[in-house]
Design a protein around this ligand. Sequence first.
Ligand SMILES: Nc1ncnc2c1ncn2[C@@H]1O[C@H](COP(=O)(O)OP(=O)(O)OP(=O)(O)O)[C@@H](O)[C@H]1O
Ligand SMILES: [Mg+2]
Length: 286
Amino acid sequence: MPIEIKDLEYTYSPGTPFEHKALKGVNLTLSTGKVTAIIGQTGSGKSTLVQHLNALLRPTAGTIDIAGFHIDAQTKLTDAKALRKKVGLVFQFPEYQLFEETIAKDIGFGPKNFGYTPEQIEEATRKVLPLVGLDESFLERSPFELSGGQKRRVAIAGILVQDPEVLVLDEPAAGLDPQSADEMMSLFMDLNRTKGKTILLVSHDMEHVLRYCDEVVVMKNGKVSTHMPVHEFFKHPDLLREIDINPPGIVLLKERLMQEGFTIDPDCYSLDELVRQVKAQVNAHE
Ligand SMILES: Nc1ncnc2c1ncn2[C@@H]1O[C@H](COP(=O)(O)OP(=O)(O)OP(=O)(O)O)[C@@H](O)[C@H]1O
Ligand SMILES: [Mg+2]
């Protein structure tokens, strides 16, 4: 069953001087089992949108159907816990997610809530730590004495340990060094390919979007402006320039080579293949 979002609207602090309409009618169908990037300028509504997927925010208007749950403005959600077991959300700011005295308690919070025994929690925690690049020496430390990147790893561990069907990751690589960011992205891809997890990823990193995602959703001013397969999307770099985001390096290089008169296959996104195509044309000229 796909994830269906229909006419979703959300207004912060309605009826107050701080009232702000952040979502203005979002319509989106997301296939399950895919990795979808949600991109867009700062303030376009990405975080507001993804916080609806596990009912952390409830719609002002419109509906969401996800993992067998129906969310709307009127109906009281009686089984939010069950929804959050299936749809795991990693916040943009890990500080919002970490609040226990120790990392062990923080990672174990969800499983405890879902009724795991202490032994099951311990086993699940020990399994998840190496996946996010942490070791057991962290378990008794306080989350508040960690670096930004370490906090992010703990926040991600706290969601992975619940083994959700849908993983919603709001800028999960922010604050990680480039190599750690790549390792984290590879972990998510592995969860998608080997366990069929549906992954929704908010990202400002177009290299990650091109390398790891199947589809792209562009948010613009509280609405979806574009939804396309990744390789199709990057054939139109102007769609990115419209929202002041720089295209990935390989896309810029392709554009430049075409300006210089080379013929480049629009479906080419690998550097080796690009070099091969250019070399063939140079050789043909000699
Ligand atoms: N708690 C809040 N109260 C009032 N307005 C808010 C609140 N949170 C966000 N907004 C506003 O809603 C709009 C959408 O914010 P949101 O955080 O969803 O953007 P975003 O696309 O995630 O941006 P970024 O890339 O900076 O994370 C912005 O104009 C923002 O100022
Ligand atoms: Mg955000």
